[in-house]
Structure formats: structure tokens, C-alpha cells
Design a protein around this ligand. Structure first.
Ligand code: WAQ
Ligand code: MG
Length: 302
């Protein structure tokens, strides 16, 4: 869209392109291993061939119109070359963003010293507990993530550990999120200084920054479902984006996300914000080096 503005008598033409939400989801059908056991995905079940859907890969972002071709190509290549295997279905959704996106600040990034999955679990538990999440809720989240094959995130209540998302198989997808070009450049520069300037880190940071900006969300726990990507994170307003190396063994199929939310909140409102409210990161925070759990607990971000 071209916008004509008058400024001190001159016409200034600024090219404000329409913004688009681009989303990708890749999956494959799997034959049910045990014929006597009902497949969990009722929609894809048929009379004679019992199949269930395996989630391979998903991605989403907000982009300018001129970027649609480049991003869809990037997403399709990502779907076709995933270490979880070849998909048999790739769905790309390209949707106009109607409202003005909300501006957000990215969380500060820190890597926690962690050598083993066991240590990782202790670190995650300590961090989440100090954000007001119960042991019960934390264990529930670990169980779900251990099982894997999640497409979105589980909404887990912080005290009772109840799951609130209406469709347990799909979960909740944080969507309609992006970063502007200036902030993206600065973020890349800061991440480069720490040797971690990769799309996977940037995309996860954008997502986590949106998720914890949702008021009833106390924290997020994420473990990649990529068998060979063993760094996960815990994000919260209090501690920022804390990367946890070695959170799982290499080769493991586990992975998923849990968003911990306060008890007794309006779940539809939370889902609406996470899935449908458009946000753009316009400012980035610090990118720190490696710190021990002890240092982090003693110097919270807020
Ligand atoms: N909204 C909610 N849940 C999602 C979304 C989303 N947009 N995308 C993925 N998930 C869930 C889903 O259950 C996946 O199985 C799980 O998260 C993991 O997704 O700092 O790669 O894309 O080094 O495998 C984090 C660490 C990497 C990055 C995260 O996640 C770093 C990652 P993946
Ligand atoms: Mg993945």
C-alpha cells in the first residue's frame, strides 16, 4: 500500500507494505502400530486404515508482502528437509493482518550452565518453582513433553497442573508474531557475539517474548522436537529467555511446549491473544553469555 503524506509542504511517499501472517505446518500419516489401540487423532481415522498424524514441522511469522515468496520457499524447504522425516502434507497459510500489530520488547537472552538432562530437569524445576509454579504442574509438563508429538503448546495451570486447551492433540499455537528489520539486525549482531545467531534461536525468542507478554502466563518451558537439537529454554518475565543446553539426550524424539498459566483465568482470552493478536518485536534486550543457575536466581531480570 502506498501512503501519501504531506510534510512541510512536500509530499512524502512512504511505502507501508501490508503485513502478512505466514504459517507452515508439515505432517505425515502414520499407520497405527497396535491395531487394537485407538489412534489418538479421531479425525484422520478411517474404517479400514487406522492412521494418526505425526507432526513434522511448523513455523510462523509476520512479514511484508515483498517477502512472501522468499519466506514460503524457506518454510517449504524446512518442511521437506526435517530430521523428523519426510512429510506427506505441507499446509501454508498466508493471511493479511488487518489490525496494527502491538509493539513488544524481546526478552533478554542468557545461556544456563548445564551438562546433562538430569541437571537440566533440576534447573528447569528450580527456575519454574521460583516463578510460582508448583512441582505438580512442572512434572505434568515434563510428562507431556517426554511423550512428544505435540503440534502446539499445552496450557498448564500453575498450581493444580490442569490442562486447559480445548484440543489436546493440537494444543495452542502462538502465532501472528514477528520482528521488524531494525530489531532483527541488532538481535543478530548481539547473538553473533555469543556464537548463537541462528534462525531457531531468533524464532524461539520472538515466540517466548510474545507468550510471556500475555499477562496470565507465568512462564514457558520448551524442548525442541528435533532429535538432534538438545537445547531447550525456560522463559519468564522474571528471568527472561534462559537457554538450557543438554535438556535432552541427542537422538530423543521427545519435545514440546508448556505455557504455565494462573489458575482461574479466562482461557479463551489467553488463547485469543496467543493465536490471534498480532505482535511485532521492535526492541531487543541484552544477550548474555553463560551463567550458572545460582547466578541467575540471585540476579533476576525484574
Ligand atoms: N506455538 C506453540 N507451540 C509450538 C509452536 C507454536 N508456534 N511451534 C512449536 N510448538 C511446540 C510443538 O509442540 C513442538 O513440538 C515444540 O513446540 C517444539 O518445537 O535458544 O526448535 O520447533 O537454542 O522443535 C528452542 C531453543 C528451540 C532455541 C525450539 O522448537 C535456542 C524448537 P520446535
Ligand atoms: Mg521442530
Amino acid at each position: 500500500m502506498r501512503v501519501f503524506k504531506y510534510q512541510r509542504g512536500n509530499i512524502i511517499i512512504s511505502n507501508i507494505g501490508n503485513l502478512w501472517s505466514i504459517r507452515m505446518r508439515a505432517s505425515k500419516k502414520a499407520k497405527c502400530q497396535r491395531p487394537n489401540v485407538k489412534c489418538r487423532n479421531a479425525k484422520s481415522r478411517t474404517q479400514d486404515s487406522k492412521t494418526s498424524e505425526i507432526h513434522i514441522s511448523g513455523a510462523e511469522g509476520i512479514y511484508e508482502e515483498s517477502e512472501i515468496q522468499r519466506i514460503t520457499k524457506k518454510y517449504i524447504l524446512r518442511a521437506l528437509n526435517h530430521s523428523k522425516g519426510k512429510p506427506d502434507r505441507i499446509i501454508i497459510t498466508i493471511e493479511d493482518i488487518k489490525e496494527k500489530p502491538k509493539s513488544l520488547l524481546a526478552l533478554p537472552v542468557t545461556t544456563v550452565k548445564c551438562k546433562t538432562p538430569e541437571e537440566g530437569k533440576n534447573i528447569v524445576t528450580a527456575l519454574l518453582q521460583s516463578s510460582g509454579i508448583s512441582k505438580l504442574a512442572i512434572n505434568r509438563a515434563f510428562q507431556l513433553i517426554k511423550r512428544g508429538n505435540m503440534r502446539g503448546a499445552a496450557l498448564v495451570t500453575a498450581e493444580k497442573g490442569k490442562r486447559l486447551e480445548p484440543d489436546g492433540k493440537r494444543g495452542v499455537r502462538a502465532s501472528r508474531l514477528g520482528i521488524d528489520k531494525g530489531a532483527s539486525k541488532i538481535l543478530s549482531l548481539r547473538l553473533s557475539r555469543r556464537g548463537i545467531n541462528r534462525d531457531i534461536v531468533k524464532e524461539a525468542l520472538i515466540l517466548a517474548s510474545k507468550v510471556v507478554s500475555c499477562e496470565p502466563v507465568l512462564a514457558e518451558l520448551c524442548v525442541s522436537d528435533d532429535p538432534y537439537y538438545t537445547t531447550g529454554y525456560v522463559a519468564s518475565g522474571r528471568f527472561g529467555y534462559l537457554r538450557i543446553p543438554n535438556i535432552k539426550e541427542g537422538g530423543s524424539k521427545m519435545g514440546g511446549r508448556a505455557f504455565f498459566i494462573r489458575e482461574g483465568i479466562d482461557v479463551d482470552k489467553v488463547i485469543d491473544y496467543l493465536e490471534r493478536t498480532a505482535i511485532i518485536i521492535r526492541k531487543v534486550s541484552s544477550c548474555n553469555g553463560i551463567m550458572s543457575l545460582h547466578e541467575i536466581l540471585n540476579h533476576p531480570h525484574q
